[in-house]
Design a protein around this ligand. Sequence first.
Ligand code: MN
Length: 216
Amino acid sequence: MFFLCLLLALMMTTTTNATTTAIEVKALPYAYDALAPAISEETMRFHHDKHYAGYVAKLNELIADTPYAGQSLEEIVLTSDGSIFNQAAQAWNHEFYFEQFAPGATSAPTGPLLDAINEAFGSVEGLKSELTKAATALFGSGWVWLVEDATGKLSLLSTRNAGTPIRHGLSPLLCMDVWEHAYYIDYRNRRADAVAAAWNLIDWKKVERRYKRIRK
Ligand code: MN
């Protein structure tokens, strides 16, 4: 009986350790149907629960018993390569992507962020047009990002597959996911329509906070 108790105690300790070191799936900051009809509930359930959560689960499998176990997601993205990088960067990119939206977002960029957008793209419409063009031009799967460099200058960056700006020394402000899984349920092959609809969901207050945080 004593040994059975000891064994159970050991198993519980092991389980607790595994839980504390795992990368956790972040819940959406809004309801699954909150962005409909621009992004449907079905797309959000597949995108968050299957694709994003799948990257996190696979990452946890890959990093178990490696030096990456216990590191933050960002640390892993910045230092890994191969399969671990692919899963970690996709997890990081998706968290960043989901966080930028808000239901019925009607805000517009203001202040220093608006100035920086005007300087780089002429206007907010110029930014939207150029980024949408880059999103449709990207061949295959990837991401298109609005990024800020170390001098505070804004530009666009297209990354393939799991590519991410933080590995290029750039700070992302917003992004469009142009993997087919992000839009195929709602828009089939019409990627440009999906991007156009996503613009209306961008929470510019969140983007401004990202910009201010980076500028500190
Ligand atoms: Mn995706």
